[in-house]
Design a binder for this molecule. Structure first.
Ligand SMILES: [Zn+2]
Ligand SMILES: [Zn+2]
Length: 183
């Protein structure tokens, strides 16, 4: 009985596939997960030098160290995570300086700022548009890209005077590590 229904649906999908090739983000067969290419830290540090020069500010060693910490951690760290990481490398940078430097790096588009439930503001070493898998148990964030989600359009928000910048999606669930812990 179940098999029969499934077969019918599959046939229907095949028949209509040509009409809906790119238009069914909620199709029965999930798309494969596309992760992002690794960020080249050398390239990003060169970009820091160029961005600071363009902004008329010095590319200080502190700016470089904070950027390197975000690139090394790759875990969408909070400012406190970054402070902790820097202290383990023996660098003496005050908490206030780390906070200020992170904001400067965001303004220069060298890192991105993201907000997720559980941990407040987190800094993202990926500075291009992408989406996140969010683990509701350990708050891990995993980056991915997806043409289907990129094609989502926001509703008209002009009635509330809201200007849309982009649409980014959180796919929420439980990561493999947390699933094996609770198994
Ligand atoms: Zn988890
Ligand atoms: Zn990210």
């Amino acid at each position: 009985m179940t098999d029969e229904i499934e077969t019918t649906v599959v046939e229907h999908e095949q028949a209509s596939a040509q009409h809906h090739r790119n238009a069914t983000p909620q199709g029965r067969t999930p798309r494969g997960l596309k992760t992002l290419p690794a960020v080249d830290p050398v390239e990003r540090v060169e970009l820091l030098a160029r961005a600071c020069h363009a902004a008329g500010i010095p590319a200080t060693s502190q700016r470089k160290s904070v950027l390197m910490a975000v690139l090394e951690l790759q875990s969408h760290p909070t400012a406190d995570d970054i402070c902790q990481h820097l202290s383990t490398t023996g660098l003496q940078i005050s908490r206030a300086t780390v906070f200020r430097t992170l904001e400067t790096l965001v303004e220069l588009d060298l890192i991105a700022k993201t907000c997720h439930p559980g941990r407040g503001v987190r800094y993202d070493h990926v500075n291009t548009a992408h989406h996140h898998l969010v683990c509701l148990s350990c708050n891990e964030l995993v980056d991915f890209i997806d043409d289907g989600l990129d094609a989502l359009t926001a509703p008209d928000t002009s009635s509330v005077g809201f200007r849309v910048v982009d649409c980014r999606v959180q796919v929420r669930g439980i990561c493999r590590k947390c699933q094996s812990k609770s198994a």
